[in-house]
Ligand binder design. Structure first.
Ligand code: AMP
Length: 472
C-alpha cells in the first residue's frame, strides 16, 4: 500500500516524499484512514513503529481546513493537543510535526514541557498555537495561570499513555481533559492496552476503533537479545567495558536504575576512554537537550540513561542497548530495547543480571514471551551457578541441576528459543578479551573480535571530545 491511498492531502504527500518514506508502516496504514474519517482510535503500538506520523499526518490535515465550529474565532488556543509523558518525546513529536507539516502554510507548533523557562513558554503561547505538544504537569500549570485556552481543541492525542499513567499523571490528565471540548476526536497510543488504559479510554473516548499492531509476541524481531550473568558490580563493570570496546557498536544506550548510578557510570566510562555522557531527569533541560543533540550528531558513542529520560529517544545510530541494571518493570524492558532497531534497522540488546535477579528476568521473558539466550565472555565468566531456567510460562526449577555445565551460558544456552547454542567470548592472544562463539550459526556481533580501545584522539566519527560531554 502507498501513502497516496490513505486519503492524505497533496501538501502532506509531498512532505512524506521529501522525508524519504516510501510505504506507510502498519500503524500508519491502519490508523490514518480511521482518524481521517473522524473516529476515535485506541492504538497499541511501540515507539519505532511510525506512530507519530500515524496521528500527526491526520492532525495536520485537520488544520488544512478552517475550524468547523468556530471558523471565525480569533482565539489563540490550539486545535490539536498532544500529551506526552516526557520532555524528550514532546520535543521529538514537535520536530516530526515540523517535518510532516513543512509544505503547509503557517502551522504553529509549540511544546510546553517542564524544565523549560517560563518566560519563553509564555511568549510562545501568546503568539498563537495550532498544535500544542505538552507534558501534563507543565500544561496544567500553564492552564491554571490562564495562559492556555483549550476551548478550541478538536483533536486530543495521548502519546505513550501507559507511560503517563505509570508516571502518576492520571490526575493531571483528568484535569486537562475536563477543559477540552467534549465533541473532540480522541486518539490514544500506548505500548500496552492493559486494564488501566482500557479504563482511561472508556472515560475519555467515544466508541474507539481498536488497532493493535504490537502483539508482544511479534515485536522486536530485528533485535538480538542476550543475557550476560555478572557476579557483582565490579564484574559488571568489566563486562560493560569489554562490550563497549566492540567496533560493531555504532552508538549504545546503557541503562541504569538510578540517576546517581547513571552519573557515576558515565564518569567511569569517560575515564576508561569512552565517549560517554549521562542523561536523566535531574539534569537541567538545556543539558539534556545538549546531550541528546550530541548523541544525534554522533559526537557521543555511549549514553548512560535512566528509563524516563531515555523514553522516546529516536536516534538511528543506536546499534546497541545494554541493561547495566535490569528494569524494574517488564514493560520498561520493551521500551528500552526499542531504542535500537529503529526504522527497520537491526539492533542488539544485552542485559547484565545477577543470578539473584532471575525472577526479574523471568518476568521480562513472560511479558515478551521470548526467552533471552544467555552468553558468556571467555575470561569473564560468572563464578555463580545458574540453575536451570525454563521457557516463559513455566515456573522455575530452582532445585534442578545444571544441565550441561556449571556456568550460566551452558545451562541457559541449552534452551535458547532459536536453537542457538551457547555463545561465548574468548580472550585474544594479547590478553584482551575477544568475542568467539561456540556455535557459528548466528552471524554478526557475537562472532566478532574485539579490538583494544581506540585512543581518544583516534576515535572515529567526531566523538573524540568525549570528556567534554561528561555529566556534572
Ligand atoms: P516513531 O514510531 O513515530 O517514533 O517513528 C520511528 C522512526 O520511523 C522515525 O525515525 C521515523 O522517522 C521513521 N518512520 C516513520 N514512518 C516511516 C515510514 N513510513 N517509512 C520509513 N520510516 C518511517
Amino acid at each position: 500500500m502507498k501513502f497516496e491511498t490513505l486519503g492524505l492531502n497533496k501538501a502532506l504527500l509531498e512532505a512524506i516524499a521529501m522525508t524519504g518514506y516510501t510505504d506507510p508502516t502498519d500503524v500508519q496504514m491502519r490508523a490514518i484512514p480511521e482518524v481521517l474519517a473522524g473516529s476515535d482510535v485506541l492504538v497499541s503500538a511501540q515507539t519505532g513503529s511510525g506512530k507519530t506520523a500515524a496521528f500527526m499526518l491526520p492532525a495536520l490535515q485537520l488544520l488544512a481546513e478552517p475550524h468547523k465550529v468556530a471558523p471565525s474565532d480569533k482565539g489563540a488556543g490550539p486545535r490539536v493537543l498532544v500529551l506526552t509523558p516526557t520532555r524528550e518525546l514532546a520535543m521529538q513529536v514537535t520536530k516530526a510535526t515540523e517535518t510532516y507539516g513543512r509544505k503547509m502554510k503557517r502551522v504553529r507548533t509549540v511544546s510546553i514541557v517542564g524544565g523549560m523557562p517560563y518566560p519563553l513558554q509564555n511568549r510562545l503561547l501568546k503568539m498563537g498555537v495550532d498544535i500544542l505538544v505538552a507534558t501534563p504537569g507543565r500544561l496544567l500549570d500553564q492552564m491554571q495561570s490562564g495562559r492556555v485556552d483549550l476551548s478550541r481543541v478538536q483533536m486530543l492525542v495521548f502519546d505513550e499513555a501507559d507511560r503517563m499513567l505509570d508516571m502518576g499523571f492520571k490526575d493531571d490528565i483528568d484535569a486537562v481533559v475536563a477543559k477540552v471540548p467534549a465533541d473532540r476526536q480522541t486518539l490514544l497510543f500506548s505500548a500496552t492496552l492493559d486494564n488501566n488504559i482500557t479504563a482511561m479510554a472508556g472515560n475519555m473516548m467515544k466508541n474507539p476503533v481498536r488497532i493493535d499492531v504490537s502483539g508482544h509476541k511479534t515485536r522486536h524481531e530485528n533485535i538480538e537479545q542476550r543475557l550476560l550473568y555478572a557476579d557483582d558490580l565490579s564484574h559488571k563493570n568489566r563486562l560493560l567495558d569489554h562490550l563497549l570496546r566492540d567496533t560493531e557498536i555504532q552508538q549504545a544506550i546503557v541503562f541504569t536504575s538510578t540517576k546517581r548510578a547513571a552519573d557515576d557510570l558515565a564518569l567511569d566510562l569517560i575515564n576508561q576512554g569512552h565517549a560517554a555522557a549521562a542523561l536523566h531527569g535531574d539534569m537541567k533541560q538545556a543539558a539534556r537537550t545538549r546531550t541528546l543533540e550530541n548523541l544525534k550528531r554522533g559526537r557521543l558513542r555511549v549514553l548512560v540513561a535512566t528509563d524516563v529520560a531515555a523514553r522516546g529517544i529516536d536516534v538511528q545510530g543506536i546499534s546497541h542497548v545494554i541493561n547495566f541494571d535490569l528494569p524494574r518493570q517488564a514493560e520498561d524492558y520493551v521500551h528500552r530495547i526499542g531504542r535500537t532497531g529503529r526504522a527497520g534497522r537491526s539492533g542488539i540488546a544485552i542485559s547484565l543480571a545477577n543470578v539473584r535477579e532471575n525472577f526479574q528476568v523471568k518476568l521480562i521473558e513472560r511479558f515478551t514471551t521470548q526467552m533471552i539466550p544467555v552468553i558468556t565472555i571467555d575470561g569473564l565468566e560468572p563464578k555463580q551457578k545458574v540453575f536451570d531456567r525454563k521457557p516463559p510460562g513455566k515456573t522455575f526449577n530452582r532445585k534442578g541441576p545444571p544441565r550441561s555445565n556449571s556456568n550460566a551460558g551452558g545451562n541457559a544456552g541449552a534452551w535458547s528459543k532459536d536453537g542457538d547454542k551457547r555463545s561465548s567470548f574468548s580472550k585474544s592472544s594479547f590478553g584482551k578479551p575477544a568475542f568467539s562463539k561456540s556455535s557459528p550459526s548466528k552471524p554478526g556481533f557475537f562472532g566478532k573480535a574485539l579490538p583494544a580501545p581506540a585512543p581518544k584522539s583516534d576515535a572515529p566519527g567526531g566523538w573524540k571530545k568525549a570528556s567534554s560531554f561528561a555529566a556534572k
